[in-house]
Design a protein around this ligand. Sequence first.
Ligand code: ZN
Length: 158
Amino acid sequence: MTRVISFHYTLTDAAGKTLDSSAGGEPFSFMEGVSQIIPGLEREVLGLNPGTKKKIPVAASDAYGHKNDSLVVTVPKSQLPKGDDILLGDRFKGGQEDSAPVYTVTKVTDTEVVLDGNHPLAGVDLVFDIEITAVREATEDEISHGHAHGPDGHGHHH
Ligand code: ZN
């Protein structure tokens, strides 16, 4: 059978800075075997039972990969749709297709901006502090969609 595993997590970098957390919200749910979560985390979580707490370090290479310098580009503001209104931290897709990289504005000067098409967590060694809240069988809907529908299997997905 295919399982859906739910867990609460706090994600930090190797220095202990919190990057993301499910605390205060619903636990995160994923379906096994469909690469819904990063491989280094899935491998560790699959063997755990509800109630188990564990700290799972995941190296960048097993998480969001290493930074690719060729995805960091400097472009004149005049070439961008937002022009002079572009702000540090703005994010936008670099094309129409689903696979187009998402660029983050990492530097703004008077005339140019630096765009980084890497995942924000590329090159970052991660630590997941997790607590398994539930393990259940995937519903037929979930199996046909190829992803989990929340802790109870009826969540609306995006
Ligand atoms: Zn679905």
